[in-house]
Design a protein around this ligand. Structure first.
Ligand SMILES: *Cc1c(COP(=O)(O)O)cnc(C)c1O
Length: 402
C-alpha cells in the first residue's frame, strides 16, 4: 500500500471459505478425534495469525507449525490454545523461550530430551511434549528403543508432561497402500510397547490430510491437517474427496496498457510474437512474486517423467490449455512472453475496454506469494476496500473478541 492508499497488488482471503473447509474436515472426524490445525508456512500462504484466529473462533484449540519463530508469532498475536512445534529445538535459549510461551515441543531424539529435561529443571517450568517416532519418512524421529529410553528418562522429571506421540506418513496419497499400512503398524507397535511398560500417552496421531481421507481408521486420537483447511486436496490418489473452497485470490492492478501491432515481439528473448493486433497490459507481478515458478523436483516415476516432458513440449508450442492465464472481468486472458522479475505481459483483444488501474486476478501459488504482501480478509463476497486499513483487521478482530 502506498502513502495515498493505493495498492497495486494484494491477496484476498475469504473468511467464510475457511470456515466452510473447517466444517468439511470436521465432517470426516470420528467422535472424540481432535483436530490439530497445521498453520505452518504462514498458514499455507493465507496469513497464519489471522487463519488461526478464524479457526480458534470456530472452536479449534490445537495448532501446529514447523518453526519456533512461527509459534512465537502466533502466541504474540494473542492466540490461545496449544501450539505444537513440529521440528526440534537445539539450544537452551530456544527451549527456554518456547517454555515461557507455552509452546508444545516435539522430541525427535534423546539429546533433545536431555536438553528439555535440563531447561525445565533449571527454569522450573512445565514442558508439554510430543514424542516423534520415525516409521519411514526418514526425516525426524526416534525408533522404538529410543522412544522407550526417552520415556524412562523423562519420567523422572515431574515438570515434563508427555502429552502426545506421533509419526508422519511418507505417501498417504500413493496408489499402493502397503508402505502406509506398514508405517501405521510400526507406529502401533511403538505405542503398544510403551503401554506395556506403563507409559500411557494420551494423544497419538499420524494422519495428515491425505491419510485422513484415504485411511479413516488411522485417525487415532487426533489428526494434523493443513492442506484441506487451505482448500485443496493433496496431490495423488484421494479416495474420499471433500467439497472444498479455495479462500485465496491474488489480485493486482494493470499498470500500463498499449495497442501493439500484429507481429510485435513480447518480452526478453522474443519468445512470443503477436499473431494479431492486440492490447498488451503490464501487470506488476513477476517471478519475484511467485508467478510461474515451478517446484523443481525429480519426476517421481516414468509416467511422471513423461508427463513433465509432454508438458514442456506442449508449452513450447503455446498449447492454449497449458497457457498461464489471468482473469479480467470474469474472462481469462493469456500471459505472453517470459515472465519478468517483477512484471508480466497479458494479451487482450484489441477492442476490449481496459483502463490502467483495473483489477486482474493472477494465478500465483499461495505458498510462494510473499508473506509481506497485504492480505485482506473478506466476508460474504464483500472485499474490504484496499484503501481502507480498518477493514483488514475488522473481520478477524471483531469476531475474535465476540
Ligand atoms: C505439514 C505437516 C502436516 C500437514 O500436512 P497436510 O498434508 O498439509 O495436511 C502434518 N504433519 C506434519 C509433521 C507436517 O509437517
Amino acid at each position: 500500500m502506498t502513502a495515498d492508499g493505493w495498492a497495486d497488488k494484494w491477496i484476498e482471503i475469504d473468511v467464510d471459505d475457511i470456515r466452510w473447509n473447517l466444517e468439511q474436515v470436521r465432517s470426516c472426524l470420528q467422535e472424540g478425534v481432535r483436530l490439530i490445525a497445521v498453520v505452518k508456512a504462514n498458514a499455507y500462504g493465507h496469513g497464519a495469525p489471522e487463519v488461526a484466529r478464524i479457526l480458534y473462533q470456530q472452536g479449534v484449540d490445537f495448532f501446529a507449525v514447523s518453526y519456533l519463530k512461527e509459534a512465537l508469532a502466533l502466541r504474540h498475536s494473542g492466540l490461545r490454545g496449544s501450539i505444537l512445534l513440529l521440528t526440534p529445538l537445539i539450544t537452551e535459549d530456544q527451549v527456554q523461550e518456547a517454555l515461557e510461551n507455552h509452546i508444545t515441543l516435539s522430541i525427535t531424539s534423546l539429546p533433545e530430551a536431555e536438553l528439555i529435561d535440563k531447561v525445565s529443571r533449571l527454569s522450573k517450568r512445565i514442558a508439554t511434549v510430543h514424542l516423534k517416532v520415525d516409521t519411514g519418512l526418514g526425516r525426524f524421529g526416534m525408533d522404538l528403543e529410543q522412544a522407550l529410553q526417552c520415556c524412562e528418562a523423562l519420567n523422572r522429571n515431574s515438570n515434563i508432561y508427555i502429552e502426545g506421540i506421533y509419526t508422519h506418513m511418507a505417501e498417504g496419497a500413493a496408489r499402493n497402500t502397503r508402505y502406509t499400512l506398514n508405517q501405521f503398524k510400526r507406529f502401533r507397535e511403538v505405542i503398544n510397547q510403551l503401554q506395556d511398560r506403563g507409559y500411557h500417552i494420551p494423544i497419538c496421531h499420524c494422519a495428515n490430510s491425505a491419510v485422513l481421507l484415504n485411511y479413516p481408521h488411522m485417525q487415532l486420537d487426533a489428526v494434523r491437517v493443513g492442506t484441506l483447511l487451505s482448500g485443496q486436496h493433496p496431490v495423488g490418489k484421494i479416495s474420499h474427496r471433500l467439497e472444498l473452497r479455495d479462500p485465496y485470490r491474488f489480485k493486482c492492478r494493470i499498470i500500463s496498457v498499449r495497442n501493439l501491432k500484429k507481429g510485435s515481439y513480447l518480452g526478453y528473448n522474443r519468445t512470443y510474437r503477436l499473431k494479431h493486433a492486440a492490447k498488451v497490459a503490464v501487470l506488476p507481478v513477476g517471478y519475484h512474486d511467485g508467478l510461474a515458478l515451478a517446484v523443481d523436483n525429480r519426476p517421481s516415476g516414468l509416467v511422471d517423467l513423461l508427463k513433465v516432458l509432454a508438458k514442456t513440449v506442449l508449452n513450447y508450442f503455446h498449447f492454449p490449455r497449458l497457457q498461464m492465464k489471468v482473469s479480467y472481468k470474469g474472462h481469462l486472458y493469456p500471459v505472453r512472453g517470459k515472465v519478468f522479475m517483477q512484471m508480466c505481459l497479458v494479451e487482450l483483444p484489441v477492442d476490449l475496454e481496459v483502463q490502467v488501474g483495473d483489477e486482474v486476478e493472477v494465478p500465483i501459488r499461495k505458498t510462494l506469494a510473499l508473506g509481506s504482501l497485504m492480505r485482506l480478509y473478506v466476508r460474504e463476497g464483500k472485499a474490504g476496500k484496499v484503501d481502507n486499513d480498518q477493514y483488514v483487521s475488522y473481520v478477524v478482530e471483531e469476531e475474535f473478541n465476540e
